[in-house]
Design a protein around this ligand. Structure first.
Ligand code: BTN
Length: 301
C-alpha cells in the first residue's frame, strides 16, 4: 500500500496515473489510421479516437511519459469533450471538425522555436485553400480567419529543458461542418473577447470536404515547412508568405493583458521570427511575441 502511495506521488508515476484516467475516460480505444504517410515523419503514426477529452491533453501526456511519443505522432478525434483553446478558453469541438494534435521534436535552434507557430498557421491556410479554394488569412499570431470570422485555431504547447526544446505539441482545430450558432453561443459564454466563427461549409456551401484529405494535405505542408526550417533554408521566404497571409500587418490594434485593454498602436512590420513590431500611440516601439489583440479601423480609437 505504501509503495502504491509512493509511486502515485512521484512525478513520473503520477503522469502515468493521469494518462490512465484520460484513457478510461475515452469512449473506446483508438484506430491506427493510415493516410499513406508511413515514409514521412509527420503523420507516420496517427491515433484516431472517436471521443476524447482533448487531443492536446493526450498528446502532452504521451510526450511527457514517453508513450506513443515518436516525432511526428498525430492524435485526432471525431469530437472532444474538453477541447482547449488559447489562454485557457474552451474550444467547442463537436462532430464535424478536424481536431488534431501533433507531437514534434524539432531539430531547430531554440531561438527559432516561434517559427513553429508561423509555419503551422501558413500550413493551415494553404491546406484549406488547396482543398476548398477558400482564401483565409492569419490574425496574429495564428488565428485563421475568413471574412473576419474564425475558421480555425492553433494552440502550441512547448516543453523546454536547459534552453532546449524537448517537444512541441501543435493543436489544430478546423471547423469543417459544425453547428455555427451552437459554437457561437459557447464562445460568447466563455470568452472575454468573442470572435465570430464560421466553418468551411458555411463559406462554400458544399458538404463534401473530407476531414482526412484535409488532414493529409495539412500534415504534408507542415512536413515541408518544418524540413526547410530544419535545414535552415528559406527562412525569410517563409516570413514573406506569412506576411502576405497576415490581416494584421499595417492595422491599428489594441493589445490586451488578461482580458484588459493595455495599449494600442499601429502594426509596422512582422520580424523574422513572427514577432509583431508595433508603434504604440505613445510612439514607443514594441515587439510582441505572444498576446491577445483586436484589430481596429485606422481612425477607430
Ligand atoms: C485557439 O484558441 O484558437 C486554439 C484552438 C485549438 C483547438 C485545437 S482542437 C485540437 C486540439 N485539442 C485541443 O484541446 N485543442 C486543440
Amino acid at each position: 500500500m505504501l509503495y502504491l502511495v509512493y509511486f502515485a506521488l512521484t512525478p513520473y508515476y503520477s503522469k502515468i496515473l493521469y494518462l490512465y484516467f484520460l484513457y478510461i475516460d475515452m469512449d473506446e480505444s483508438h484506430y491506427n489510421t493510415d493516410l499513406g504517410l508511413r515514409d514521412r515523419v509527420i503523420g507516420k503514426r496517427i491515433y484516431h479516437y472517436k471521443k476524447i477529452k482533448s487531443t492536446q491533453q493526450l498528446a502532452i501526456s504521451f510526450a511527457e511519459t514517453n508513450i506513443n511519443n515518436e516525432d511526428g505522432t498525430v492524435i485526432v478525434a471525431d469530437e472532444q469533450d474538453e477541447g482547449m483553446g488559447r489562454r485557457k478558453k474552451k474550444w467547442a469541438s463537436p462532430i464535424g471538425g478536424l481536431w488534431m494534435s501533433l507531437i514534434i521534436k524539432p531539430k531547430i535552434e531554440f531561438a527559432k522555436i516561434n517559427m513553429i507557430s508561423v509555419i503551422s498557421a501558413v500550413s493551415v491556410c494553404e491546406a484549406i485553400n488547396d482543398i476548398s479554394q477558400l482564401k483565409t488569412n492569419i490574425k496574429w499570431p495564428n488565428d485563421i480567419l475568413i471574412n473576419e470570422k474564425k475558421l480555425a485555431g492553433i494552440l502550441i504547447d512547448t516543453n523546454t529543458n536547459n534552453s532546449k526544446n524537448e517537444y512541441i505539441v501543435v493543436g489544430i482545430g478546423i471547423n469543417i461542418d459544425v453547428d455555427i450558432p451552437k459554437i457561437n453561443s459557447s464562445i460568447a459564454s466563455n470568452n472575454i473577447l468573442p470572435t465570430k466563427v464560421t466553418s468551411i461549409h458555411n463559406e462554400i456551401k458544399v458538404t463534401n470536404i473530407d476531414r482526412f484529405i484535409l488532414m493529409k494535405q495539412l500534415l504534408g505542408k507542415i512536413e515541408f515547412y518544418l524540413s526547410l526550417l530544419e535545414q535552415d533554408k528559406y527562412h525569410a521566404k517563409i516570413i514573406e508568405i506569412y506576411k502576405k497571409l497576415s490581416n494584421t500587418l499595417g492595422k491599428r490594434i489594441i493589445v490586451y493583458h488578461e482580458g484588459l485593454k493595455e495599449y494600442s498602436g499601429i502594426v509596422k512590420d512582422i520580424d523574422n521570427s513572427g514577432g509583431l513590431i508595433l508603434e504604440r500611440d505613445d510612439k514607443l516601439l514594441e515587439i510582441l511575441y505572444s498576446g491577445e489583440i483586436t484589430i481596429r479601423e485606422q481612425n477607430d480609437k
